[in-house]
Design a protein around this ligand. Structure first.
Ligand SMILES: [Zn+2]
Length: 502
């Protein structure tokens, strides 16, 4: 090992340019004026290899001039939207960030909550919607670090169709996060960020600029298909103009997440013509967006990162035709097996208080009142679930607390996704290609089709090319911190991707 290190060091010294400090060639601008995170909701890495030949717009530009990681994975489960988006600019696993799912049971209130639901704040833009904020996110984002450093002004804005996808990448100190309200066809926000809805955003909503994209569809359908991505780009451009992003004298951050790809993928599957169509549409709108940035700021001042929050499984029916494993089972079957096993052993009661997918949250007060041992109850329930067909693994919360998941990649991903106070009593992993959905397809498992996503950096600070080494999405945030010269976010678990830095 020592010898290896010496050799590597020797090679590095040999490669270092002589007199680099004195005669540094004219390089890129010291730092970006704007960092743009582009998240595509449910984007398998292989969409790039499968449809890449047809790209003409922004995805082509990213593939041609960016640093493209071909082996980037998430290293946690469940691989769902809130968790993926919480990782992109925090670099933090759910075990640190506290974002353990799209929804979970809040043990303090006994109520089911979402990753961003917040009864302490009110909606703005349209009144009377549920309040939402990043108050459950326990760690900092790259944007938060820029602001905490206070070296220069930094504005941070998040935009998406989904509230969680706008809120979680932007972070707690963000100047605003905006998401789409389907009934009104408007982008809205919450009093977490400001007491008054920004004038530029109100003007955008009043202008009905998005109506020209929606064709004959209503806002619901439009937001969940190709036009939804036009909505996000149109609003992001309005945000850049309204907040003067990239021209505030420091480094600004814009996060944008395309949600429609996820809705289409769930309904039609990754092998459908619809998945191809929305991928090509994403390429087109990103091309238009980059052209906008180029004209306004010059792309040489912009650092772009593209990634996805998770992949997706093929349709089970398609898998069966391929002679591959796969099929459907119901969440209800899992929950019913738990209920009846606990009834049988301890007497009838309402054991299950909440759920996150197929993962049940038990009534701990009830278990305590019956003077039962919590781990033994979990063990009884787990034994019943393990007897069901096509269940690969069942982990117990109390075992996970002691770090007892097996050390293979499935166990590691479960452990990285585990945050005790918010964890379900059982963590259930189906066999590869098996789904808990009755129709369509989904994601959420630790299997690689759910964890393998694109990671592409583009900008003058980046060495373009293809990188086949294994990285994880939590490496993105510390890499950005390095380029921007700010602290790594508080929970960042990854490394700096030094191989791409110029
Ligand atoms: Zn998602």
């Amino acid at each position: 090992m020592k010898a290896l290190l010496c050799t590597a060091l020797g090679a590095a010294l040999l490669l270092a340019p002589v007199g680099a400090a004195q005669t540094r060639p004219a390089g890129p601008p010291a730092k970006p004026k704007l960092v743009v995170l582009v998240a595509v909701d449910q984007f398998r890495f292989d969409y790039l290899t499968k449809f890449g030949g047809q790209f003409k717009g922004g995805l082509k530009r990213l593939l041609d001039s960016g640093a493209v990681f071909t082996n980037a994975h998430y290293e946690h489960m469940p691989t769902v939207t809130a968790v993926g988006h919480s990782i992109m600019l925090t670099g933090a696993m759910p075990s640190s960030s506290g974002i353990v799912g799209n929804e979970w049971l809040d043990r303090n209130t006994g109520k089911q909550v979402t990753s961003v639901s917040d009864p302490a704040v009110k909606s703005l833009g349209v009144e009377g919607r549920g309040g939402a904020s990043p108050h459950r996110l326990l760690v900092s984002t790259v944007g938060d670090e820029l602001k905490m450093l206070g070296r220069e002004k930094a504005k941070v804005i998040g935009v998406s169709i989904k509230d969680r996808s706008a809120i979680l990448p932007a972070g707690r100190m963000a100047d605003g996060a905006f998401w789409f309200d389907k009934p009104s066809g408007s982008f809205i926000s919450s009093t977490f960020y400001f007491q008054q809805f920004p004038a530029w955003a109100a003007k955008f909503n009043e202008s009905r600029v998005i109506d020209k994209f929606k064709g004959g569809l209503n806002y619901d359908k439009a937001a969940e298909s190709n036009p939804g991505n036009d909505f996000v780009v149109a609003f992001a451009e309005a945000a850049i103009e309204g907040e003067n992003l990239g021209r505030n004298g420091g480094i600004d951050v814009l996060t944008m997440s395309f949600s429609a790809n996820d809705t289409v993928g769930h309904a039609k599957g990754p092998d459908s013509p619809e998945a191809a169509s929305i991928t090509l549409h994403t390429d087109k709108v990103l091309g238009e967006f980059f052209a906008f940035l180029d004209k306004r700021l010059g792309m040489s001042n912009v650092l772009v990162v593209l990634t996805a929050d998770h992949g997706v499984a093929p349709m089970p029916e398609v898998q069966v035709q391929r002679r591959m494993p796969g099929g459907r089972m119901s969440e209800k079957t899992v929950l019913a097996a738990v209920q009846s096993a606990l009834d049988e052993k301890y007497g009838h009661a309402e054991w299950i208080l909440g759920k996150s997918g197929p993962a049940p949250y038990f009534d701990h007060a009830l278990i305590a009142s019956k003077k039962l041992d919590l781990e033994e109850v979990q063990s009884t329930a787990a034994a019943a679930v393990r007897k069901l067909p096509h269940i690969a693994r069942v982990f117990l919360r109390e075992e996970m607390r002691r770090g007892l998941a097996p050390s293979d990649f499935v166990g590691t991903r479960a452990q990285n996704g585990f945050f005790y106070l918010r964890a379900s009593d059982l963590i259930v992993v189906p066999e590869p290609y098996w789904l808990f959905e009755e129709k369509g397809t989904s994601h959420g498992t630790p299997w690689n089709y759910d964890s393998h996503v694109p990671v592409i950096f583009m900008g003058p600070w980046i060495k373009s090319g293809k990188y086949a080494n294994r990285i994880m999405v939590p490496d993105v945030a510390p890499t950005l911190s390095q380029i921007l010269e700010v602290e790594p976010p508080s929970g960042a678990a990854g490394r700096v991707l030094t191989e791409i830095l110029r």
